[in-house]
Design a protein around this ligand. Structure first.
Ligand SMILES: Cc1cc2nc3c(=O)[nH]c(=O)nc-3n(C[C@H](O)[C@H](O)[C@H](O)COP(=O)(O)O)c2cc1C
Ligand code: SF4
Length: 421
């Protein structure tokens, strides 16, 4: 299977509509609007086994099948999650900056599938270049008659509303995003009700990640069997693996799910920068935690990483070189999560703050043996007692650091001084 997500990534600016049309873009969307039913689109996506690329890996076709069917009692919405706040993650940005029409064609098809006449594209506030590329591309579509009251000249209506967030990590969580979109504080809502029942403005809503939707045109064009021909049985297709940190060639690499971390880091990203040794790597964004280099042969798919006690998350690999201690790296993340908790739930608000203070103590060389128990208690006490899964996110780097690199923490109890505390 050829790459179908990253064909335009080498460009300097975004692919504009005229060129996109020359490349065959929107032919599939037009066929969908003219000839297909929403059920047919949902079935194709369901059969393809596409799973959401925002981190939770929920099957997209199944999520769409939860949306209301006729007779409709009011509007349904598609909300596109372009918040991309997870440290080490930049794949959605690459799509939006370089190939906005790939995403927009996915939005057209996704909106049709769930019978939405309005799609809200919620983009992270810092993503100015991506925002401008999308604003231009949406205006091009409106002018071409691909949006509006008669999409492709059919009876279907669709408008896309581009909405900028204000730069809060928690607004990537789908219900916090919905609150933020509505002009409220960006705080997660208790679930249930799930967005398919009570979403944006109280209406049934499907929240989908940018990369998820970018997969849809190719799936509908080539069919479910084509999509399932690569990747793993439970997680088919390609993934945009973002590789950053101490590697020779950081960037976004489109490869089948199940590719090993070793192949990604050593072959595609050119190995550790300067030929140095690797101390640790993070498989899928900050919340997935640290793995030692001995685990590099792990296959990068949700099931294989679960067996290693971690997650695929967003597939954003971060490579940590030998000169950086895991204690220091863990502190970077504990400080981040402490700052980004929304503060609604005491176990999360207090747990993220306390764990950051304990890690800081190790960093100063003042860690004590009881601190291991304390950290474990904080992690145990905050998980599954809160409105959203944020405590699982901050426990990721913490728990894995202690599990795989306990020795570093033990030596930090007596030797390390306090450069950053
Ligand atoms: C703390 C937190 C942050 C999240 N941040 C993002 C994000 O930046 N982008 C994203 O697409 N999903 C993010 N998610 C996942 C979303 O809640 C949701 O599962 C996703 O947008 C659904 O789209 P998908 O099914 O296409 O993956 C986050 C979840 C949590 C708990
Ligand atoms: S778990 Fe944390 S981030 Fe999630 S709602 Fe509660 S306080 Fe906010």
């Amino acid at each position: 299977m050829e790459n179908y997500l990253s064909t335009e990534f080498a460009r300097s600016g975004p692919l504009l509509l005229a060129e996109a049309l020359n490349k065959g873009r929107y032919k599939t969307a037009q066929r969908v609007f003219e000839l297909m039913t929403p059920e047919q689109v949902v079935d194709e996506v369901k059969n393809s086994g596409l799973r959401g690329r925002g981190g939770a890996w929920f099957p997209t076709g199944i999520k769409w099948s939860f949306m209301p069917k006729p007779p409709l009692k009011g509007p349904s919405y598609l909300v596109i999650n372009a918040d991309e706040g997870e440290p080490g993650t930049f794949k959605d940005r690459a799509i939006m900056e370089k190939d906005p029409h790939l995403l927009l064609e996915g939005i057209l098809i996704g909106s049709f599938a769930i019978r939405a006449e309005t799609a809200f594209l919620y983009i992270r506030g810092e993503y100015l270049t991506a925002h401008d590329a999308l604003a231009t591309a949406i205006a091009e579509l409106e002018q071409a008659g691909f949006l509006g009251d008669a999409v492709f000249g059919t009876k279907h209506r669709l408008r896309i509303v581009l909405h900028r967030g204000a730069g809060a990590y928690i607004c990537g969580e789908e219900t916090a995003l919905l609150n933020s979109l509505e002009g409220r504080r960006g705080e997660p809502r208790p679930k249930p009700p799930f967005p398919a029942v009570y979403g944006a403005f109280g209406r049934p809503t499907s929240v989908n990640n940018v990369e998820t939707l970018a997969n849809v045109p190719a799936i509908v064009e080539h069919g479910a069997a084509w999509f399932k021909s690569v990747g793993t049985a439970q997680a088919p297709g390609h993934l945009l693996f973002g590789i950053s940190g101490a590697v020779e060639r950081p960037g976004c690499y489109e490869l089948p799910l199940g590719t090993t971390a070793r192949e990604l880091v050593e072959k595609h990203a050119g190995g550790v920068k300067g030929g140095k040794k690797m101390r640790a790597f993070i498989p899928g964004g900050a919340s997935t935690g640290f793995l030692p280099p001995e685990k590099l042969d792990v296959a990068m798919d949700p099931e294989s990483l679960k067996k290693e006690g971690t997650m695929l998350g967003t597939g954003g690999i971060i490579v940590i070189p030998e000169e950086i201690s895991v204690v220091d790296a863990a502190r970077v993340f504990s400080r981040f999560f402490r700052h980004e908790t929304c503060g609604q739930c005491s176990p999360c608000r207090e747990g993220s703050a306390w764990s950051d203070q304990v890690i800081a103590r190790f960093q100063r060389g003042e860690g004590q043996r009881e601190d291991f128990t304390l950290l474990e208690e904080i992690m145990r006490g905050s998980k599954q007692r809160t409105i959203c899964v944020f405590p699982e996110a901050f426990a990721g780097p913490l728990g894995s650091a202690i599990k795989h690199f306990r020795g570093e923490f033990e030596s930090a109890m007596t030797t390390q001084q306090a450069p950053h505390a």
